[in-house]
Design a protein around this ligand. Structure first.
Ligand SMILES: CCCCCCCCCCCCCCCCCCCCCCCCCCCC(=O)SCCNC(=O)CCNC(=O)[C@H](O)C(C)(C)COP(=O)(O)OP(=O)(O)OC[C@H]1O[C@@H](n2cnc3c(N)ncnc32)[C@H](O)[C@@H]1OP(=O)(O)O
Ligand SMILES: NC(=O)C1=CN([C@@H]2O[C@H](COP(=O)(O)OP(=O)(O)OC[C@H]3O[C@@H](n4cnc5c(N)ncnc54)[C@H](OP(=O)(O)O)[C@@H]3O)[C@@H](O)[C@H]2O)C=CC1
Length: 497
């Protein structure tokens, strides 16, 4: 019998960010392994054209939850969607809902965040820092609370090379930052943002670091733990391999490469690609929730959920495997044959961006215009180049994350829990994982049918022939121009003939 699964039985659990990528996998695992849990409260903001219930039921009715329905047929009754906006005071939760949350919640999993790299500092502080502060305040008024688990990121201290499982202080106190966001206007915030984020690459990593400091400073007597996942990728095993539902991290770039838009990327092949599957993060999170509630460590423990020091894979190996998978399972209606390459310096990056990204987009848009259609490729390419410039920081460096607490926790689990809540990345076979990831991107993100693979292969063959024809024509034109101008070229030509 799994002790962790039994622990969540009968519990009332509050999840923020439940409609996000990690939140969904977390809910799925909770319902599947502890179908006798009492209720999961999810803080959800209303979205245009959908009621809260519709939003949540859409998730429960998705393929991700198919197995849950078998073990927990009344799953719809065990989820309680609470209207909340983490950007608002008291999260704009009604008095009755707040009362219910405060008096019943046993465990809090705080997953909500803005993960955009380019978010305005004011908004990133609001969601990643102030909302965390407010949630802690709520948690301190929950008499039945047993554990508060905060999801951060392994990159919150990416300005360091070696990162320990501790909360690092920030030069400016989070409270001062929160206060200043209230009275500074946008223009001044824009001006001071580079100074505040310092040697971090973006507002996301900076505000996640501030959020951790808030958790440590304002956690009071709560049982708190912080989890720091690295780059979260598609699921490894559960509920099935390859599940993914957004374009963050590598997923969007896998699409861009598979559709033939992404032809070169500035990356260091030997740099460690610290990916971690979403189900591994969720298993660790649930184990941490149990451990924190039952063992009540004296201080706030930080757990690194990373792969690099236990089972490293580098970007070169990952890129090659992604490309190899496209051979077997190509994406439909590719723009060009997938054939991306790594560049390593500014000059080659600019050159290939011009030749392989911008030029084909301009030519294609010209063709669209000629045929009376709306040009769209240049816009798409600009977006891709912007994304590339934002991720470059992370794919040209390696970090070392120590994992003492995570390994300690692994050894504290019973053999059954180690199996049911497996977060041992040493067992991960990267080649198999990446192949399933690409397959998952095709099925769950692009919603492409496997029956379309033969046609996709035919399409790639046609693209290859067009490519050969285009190159031959280009060569002949260049040669013809050369022959017209150079006696040496003419002599060589006649000699060959
Ligand atoms: C040895 C040599 C070998 C050679 C082999 C070479 C082979 C190469 C093969 C290449 C194969 C590729 C696979 C490997 C790629 C590796 C890259 C991995 C990158 C990983 C970097 C992650 C770093 C993680 C650090 C921290 C981790 C975390 O803690 S948080 C999670 C990470 N967060 C994110 O990823 C968010 C990033 N996104 C953003 O910040 C923003 O979206 C943006 C700034 C990128 C774009 O903002 P913008 O306002 O322009 O657009 P937006 O409104 O967001 O969206 C507009 C449309 O664009 C779509 N979109 C959004 N995001 C992406 C994306 N990442 N990729 C593509 N498209 C995206 C979005 O859906 C919108 O579409 P429409 O709705 O249709 O308009
Ligand atoms: N994905 C990754 O690679 C990594 C993620 N993390 C961390 O994991 C956590 C979850 O990330 P992930 O699932 O990928 O992120 P997503 O962007 O997929 O999900 C974010 C969640 O936060 C919610 N949210 C955002 N703003 C508000 C708001 N104002 N009010 C209420 N809810 C809001 C979103 O709701 P809505 O659906 O309404 O938008 C969504 O449920 C984050 O803390 C992130 O920092 C850490 C490392 C890597």
């Amino acid at each position: 019998m799994s002790m962790i699964a039994a622990f969540y039985g009968g519990k009332s659990i509050l999840i923020t960010g439940a409609t996000g990528f990690l939140g969904k996998v977390l809910m799925e695992k909770l319902f599947r392994t502890s179908p006798d849990l009492k209720v999961i409260y999810v803080l959800v903001r209303p979205k245009q054209g959908q009621t809260l219930q519709q939003r949540v039921f859409q998730i429960l009715d998705s393929k991700l939850f198919e197995k849950v329905k078998e073990v927990c047929p009344n799953v719809h009754e065990k989820i309680r969607a609470i209207s909340a906006d983490l950007n608002q005071n008291d999260f704009a939760i009604s008095k009755e809902d707040m009362q219910e949350l405060l008096s019943h919640t046993n465990i809090v999993f705080h997953c909500a965040a803005t993960v955009r790299f380019d978010d305005h500092l004011r908004h990133a502080v609001q969601l990643n820092v102030t909302a965390t502060q407010q949630l802690l305040l709520m948690a301190s008024q929950m008499p039945k609370l047993e554990a508060f688990i905060h999801i951060s990121t392994a990159f919150s201290n990416c300005n360091l090379k070696h990162i320990d499982e501790v909360v690092y202080p920030c030069p400016v106190e989070p409270k001062k930052i929160i206060d200043s966001m209230e009275w500074l206007d946008d223009a001044i915030i824009d001006e001071i943002t580079p100074k505040l984020i310092g040697d971090r690459p973006n507002t996301y990593t900076y505000t996640k670091a501030l959020g951790e400091v808030v958790v440590q400073q304002e956690g009071g007597n709560l049982n708190i733990a912080i989890i720091r996942p690295s780059i979260v990728g598609a699921t490894w095993q559960e509920p099935f391999p390859g599940w993914v539902d957004n374009l963050n991290g590598p997923s969007g770039l896998i699409i861009a490469a598979g559709k033939g838009f992404l032809r070169s990327i500035r990356a260091t092949p030997m740099a460690v690609a610290d990916l971690i599957p979403a189900d591994t993060v969720v298993n660790l999170t649930l184990a941490v929730g149990w451990y924190t509630a039952v063992h009540r460590p004296k201080s706030t423990l930080v757990y690194h959920c990373t792969s690099g020091n236990l089972n490293p894979c580098n970007w070169g190996k990952m890129g090659l495997q992604v490309l190899a998978t496209f051979e077997k399972i190509p994406f439909e209606r590719a723009f060009r044959r997938p054939n991306a390459d790594f560049t390593t310096n500014n000059i080659t990056t600019h050159y290939w961006n011009a030749v392989s990204h911008r030029a084909p987009a301009i030519i294609y848009d010209f063709y669209l215009r000629l045929t009376g259609r709306k040009p769209r490729m240049t816009k798409l390419m600009n977006r891709l180049l912007r994304t590339l410039s934002m991720v470059e920081y992370f794919i040209n460096r390696s970090w070392e994350w120590s994992t003492y607490n995570t390994e300690m926790l692994m050894s504290a689990l019973s053999p059954e829990d180690q199996r049911v809540f497996n977060f041992d990345v040493r067992q991960l076979n990267w080649l198999e994982y990446i192949e399933n990831y690409v397959l998952g991107v095709k099925k769950y993100l692009l919603k492409e049918d496997m029956a379309g693979i033969p046609e996709a292969k035919q399409h790639l063959k046609r693209l290859r022939n067009i490519h050969y024809l285009f190159n031959t024509a280009l060569f002949l034109i260049a040669w013809r121009l050369l022959i017209a101008r150079s006696q040496v070229a003419r002599n060589v030509w006649f000699f060959i003939m």
